[in-house]
Structure formats: C-alpha cells, structure tokens
Design a protein around this ligand. Structure first.
Ligand SMILES: Cc1ncc(COP(=O)(O)O)c(C=O)c1O
Length: 405
C-alpha cells in the first residue's frame, strides 16, 4: 500500500538502517572519480586513497579512544562479529586445531563462549555454527527490561571461557548494558570481553581505555553512513585468526582491497554525529513513547527506560492487535515501522528478544518497533500520534483477541 502512497514518507525504521547524510555522500564522491586508487598502490592515486583510508581510521579510533592500529575495517557488523568470535576460537594459540584431540591438548583449549539470549542474529548464528566445531555456548537470560544478571555472568565464567560477547544497545528493545560492570567481571575471571555496539555507536559514549574493552564491533549504516562498512576494535596485540586470506590487507586480518569510499563515508558519519543529535532524538523518543502510552489504552513499553534505553528506540506492545496489521496500516499512511529486527522480520518465528524478556506469544505478535533518527521532526511525531490511536482503535474493534478479553 505504502509503495503507491503519495504521502510524504515518515521513516521510523532507523534501527534497521538510516538515510545516508548528504554530507557523507559529498565526502565519498571524490573517492569514486578522482581518488579511486587502490590504497595498496604506490603511485599518486593509490597514495591519495591510502591517506583517506588512514585519516578515516584515525577518526574512528579517536571516537572510541582507541589507537589507530587497533581498528580493522570490515564489511559491517556481521563480519566484525564473525571475525572476533571465530578469530579467537580458531587462533593457533587457542590450540583449536581439530586434527589434534589428545587429552593434553584439550587442556589448553578454551572452547567456552558466553553470550546473551538477546544478541543480534549474527552473534547467535555464529555461535550455533561454532557449536558444530566443538564450542560450548552459554546463553545468558535477561530480566523483563532486557538486562543481564551480573551474578549469573560471574557464575557462568569458567577457566575454559574464551570470550564473553554481550550486545551494548539492543536493536529491538534499546536496552543498554553496563559495559564497565561486565568488563570487570570478565577480566577478574581471565576472559576476553567483546561488545556489539552497532546500535549504540555515537549514541552512547564508548571509551575503550576507560571501559577496558577488548573487542568492539561498529558499523556505518546505522549512523547515516553507507552500507557494507564496519570496523572491529581489537585491543593491542590480542591475537585472532582472519576469516579471509589473501593480500594481507588490514594487518593480515582482513584481506581484500579496502572499500575506501565506504570507509571515507563511515568516518564522515562519525565526525558529524553529535551530542545535540542524541539529545534531540531523546526528546522525540520520549514524546512518542509518552504520547502512545497516554493516548492508547492497554499498551506497554518493551525494554528499558530513560538513559538506560537507546535514544532512538521505541518498542510498544499494543495488546490485542497484530503488530503486522498496525505496520501495514502505518505503511499506508507513509509511516515505516518494523515488527522486530530487519533481519528477523521475514521469519515467522517470534522475536527471540521479546521472548527473552518474558513476553507471551500474543504480546510479541502485538509489538511494533519505531526507531527515530536526527532527520525526524516534531511534526512527524505529532502526525504519528494522530493516526496511530485511530489505527489501533479500528483494529481492536475487529480483533477476535480484543473480544475475548
Ligand atoms: C546489534 C547489531 N549487530 C549487528 C548488526 C549487523 O550489522 P551489518 O548489517 O552491518 O552486518 C546489526 C544490524 O542489523 C545490529 O543491529
């Protein structure tokens, strides 16, 4: 319906991806036409590209208080997450050589990975695959707001635990975990800590030195940069094995000619991200949440509140109506929403995140995510607050679920 609508589009699916900022596009353009060189080439055009690449690395590094050589560029969050978990597991120092099964060898192997039940699919499915390679995975529960229990984390770590990987800001419900508290437990117990910060990057401060982080996954397309670009922060000298073997780019950890234009765009997106944008998104988020909860009876917010929630995330359970039906109606009004993470929305399985916070099947089916960006306006929020109550009222009138209650 929305495809044929003549109305202005109100894009509220920024947790799935964001519009590329015009300033980002402008910065990228010369790297397609004039500075198009291969950053490994020695000539002028290659060296121009190399300069752009290294300046971008500096920008990304300083945004999280890392050193330039601690940043590896990748094709996105999925690759960075795969790289850290598989790279640690298969590193020869971890003696995970499947051809050796001696008992003595087994003793040196750290094959245990701890994650949560609310990770992004690219962590969940990497771990599922690593189980077929001999890994033991612990999937921590979360409470009704999406927070892990630190005591449970502490108890779960054993001498065999290789790495703890916990999402920073959740993509579905916006809950922000306490990285410093998690880090302390991991390091006291002698295990590495990785966080997937794709949703929180530039929205919640990350300081790898102060927070003593070992690995951080970042990507570009959630922050008004181009798709297909990301980075992995690797604390000095921690050894991982590459996924891609080839010409030895990115210190041998990620062979393939660097996506220079994409990386330039990524760095520009980081450079223009600001605290005032975060404050602005917070204001719009709270206006939308309060407006929905006040205007529409029998609704509840899924996930954490206030500063423990990402500034752009709203996830509401509209009891007794199908979230998909709400999404369809919103689309006909030109409003883009989502009933879960973009990766999972083609799946019929109920959201693993909403399941983990204890929602019933019916509540999960009645939930909708609205995620904002700096490009949304107060007028757009007002418009949503005008049409959404009418949509829900209409749907509840014809809902068999509403009648039985
Ligand atoms: C928390 C989180 N991790 C990882 C990813 C995957 O990132 P990419 O699309 O760059 O591979 C996403 C994007 O949906 C995400 O939200």
């Amino acid at each position: 319906m929305g495809l044929f609508s003549k109305r202005k589009t109100i894009y509220l699916d920024n947790a799935a991806t964001t519009k590329v900022d015009e300033a980002v596009v402008k910065e990228m353009l010369p790297y397609f036409s004039e500075k198009f060189g291969n950053a490994s080439s020695q000539h002028l055009v290659g060296q121009e590209a190399k300069r752009g690449l290294e300046e971008s690395r500096d920008i990304i590094a300083s945004s999280i208080n890392a050193k330039r050589d601690e940043i590896i560029f990748t094709s996105g969050g999925t690759e960075s997450n795969n790289l850290v978990l598989k790279g640690l597991f298969f590193h020869p120092d971890n003696k995970n050589n499947p051809s050796s099964n001696s008992a003595e060898f087994e003793g040196h192997r750290k094959n245990h990975i701890i994650i949560t039940k609310i990770e992004h699919d690219c962590i969940l499915n990497t771990c599922k695959w690593l189980e077929t390679q001999g890994a033991k995975i612990t999937r921590l529960d979360v409470d009704s707001k999406g927070f892990i229990n630190l005591n449970e984390l502490e108890k779960a770590i054993t001498p065999k635990t290789l790495v703890v990987s916990i999402i920073h800001g959740n993509n579905e419900i916006g809950t922000i975990q306490d990285l410093s508290a998690i880090e302390k437990i991991c390091h006291e117990k002698g295990t590495y800590f990785h966080t997937d910060a794709c949703q929180s990057y530039t929205k919640v401060p990350i300081d790898v030195k102060k927070q003593n982080l070992d690995f951080v996954t970042l990507n570009s397309h959630k922050i008004h940069g181009p798709k297909g670009v990301g980075a992995l922060y690797i604390k000095n000298n921690i050894k991982i094995t590459p996924l891609l073997h080839g010409g030895g780019h990115e210190k041998g950890l990620r062979s393939s000619t660097e996506n220079v234009s994409g990386i330039i765009g990524f760095a520009k997106a980081v450079k223009i991200a600001s605290n005032s944008n975060v404050k602005y998104m917070n204001k719009l988020r709270d206006k939308l949440i309060e407006g929905i909860l006040n205007k529409i009876p029998n609704t509840q917010l899924n996930g954490a509140e206030g500063d423990k929630r990402l500034c752009n995330n709203i996830n509401i359970c509209f009891n007794d109506v199908e979230g998909e039906a709400i999404g369809g109606y919103l689309d006909s009004y030109g409003i883009c929403s989502s009933t879960g993470s973009a990766c999972a929305s083609h799946s019929l399985d109920p959201s693993h995140v909403l399941t983990a916070i204890g929602l019933s099947h019916a509540q999960i089916n009645s939930s909708v995510r609205l995620s904002i960006s700096k490009f949304n306006t107060e007028e757009e929020i007002d418009y949503v607050l005008d049409v959404l109550p009418k949509i829900v009222e209409k749907l509840r009138k014809i809902s068999p679920l509403a009648k039985v209650n």
